[in-house]
Write a protein that binds this ligand. Structure first.
Ligand SMILES: [Zn+2]
Length: 288
């Protein structure tokens, strides 16, 4: 739950630094790391003062959604299964209750890659109050791996019922408190098969000549894992202009908000490990 507050705050603050410019995509390992090593970050955070956390989102709703999506009923949310359909219906219900708008009169965007099972991205929209033609995509994949050959279910509570539940709570929050930029709430399908849903989404915006109006992507994938009260914001190394946002949020939370896992030496690179990579490849600033 504390992680959710961090994500919300980070989103609100990051938005301030959006500009029309795009950075060239760097994939080399020579680009500098614009933040201190992890040991230094952790040492600094270990001694800071406790702050009073703000509770903005409906935590019982988040837990409720997480438990449902990771329950036997959803059977591990593998595309093509009844459990996946049940998960999709839960997300649709939440989006409708939140009152978000849709694209082309449907919250569901169907896609198919070659001969694979049809995929269903669920996309909600909340128009911006000041810059309605600039978009932020907040995303989380809702599919998972289903069952093992021995019948054991891969429930995927962390991967990624956690991010999906957070996404739905954020949609509810922002419907009541619209953002200056238009927000797309994207529950992507088929992340587990090479980010098919996210690529389908990005391709659509490219084909429509609209990709440039997406100013950044914040992707939530596995946000419930840490036992040490830590969460990473990965991607700063590729988008150093946003570092101030992390620093500002750190001062407002008791969770250790760390930078790393974006290439370089600070842990395995997560910036190509989930749906945000589809955005990053097209030079849209993206974070996980
Ligand atoms: Zn995942």
């Amino acid at each position: 739950m504390r992680n959710v507050i961090i994500i919300l705050s980070t989103l609100l603050i990051m938005t301030r630094s959006i500009t029309g410019c795009r950075k060239n995509l760097h994939v080399d390992t020579e680009i500098p790391t614009p933040y201190p090593p992890l040991t230094e970050q952790r040492a600094k955070l270990a001694t800071r003062q406790w702050v009073t956390p703000s509770r903005i989102l409906d935590s019982s709703q988040i837990i409720n959604d997480l438990e449902y999506l990771a329950s036997d009923s959803c059977e591990g949310r593998k595309p093509g299964t009844a459990g996946h359909t049940r998960a999709m219906e839960r997300i649709l219900t939440r989006m409708r209750l939140a009152g978000v708008d849709s694209f082309n009169n449907s919250l569901i965007q169907i896609f198919r890659v070659k001969d694979s099972i049809q995929g269903k991205d669920i996309l909600g929209l909340i128009k911006g109050t000041t810059f309605p033609d600039k978009y932020i995509v907040i995303s989380a994949h809702y599919d998972h791996l289903g069952k093992a050959p021995n019948g054991e279910t891969y429930y995927g509570a962390d991967d990624n019922a956690s991010g999906t539940a957070c996404l739905l709570a954020l949609a509810t929050y922002f419907k009541n408190k619209p953002h200056p930029y238009s927000l797309v709430f994207a529950a992507f399908d088929k992340e587990e098969t090479s980010f098919e849903g996210a690529y389908s989404f990005v391709d659509q915006w490219v084909k429509q000549g609209r990709l440039a109006i997406i100013k950044f992507n914040l992707n939530m994938d596995m946000i419930a894992r840490s036992d040490s009260n830590e969460i990473f914001a990965s991607g700063i190394r590729h988008n150093p202009d946003f570092i101030y946002a992390i620093n500002e949020v750190q001062a407002k939370t008791n969770v250790k908000l760390l930078m790393g896992h974006d290439g370089g030496t600070q842990g395995a690179d997560w910036t190509n490990q989930s749906d945000h990579f589809a955005f990053r490849q097209k030079s849209v600033p993206s974070f996980i």
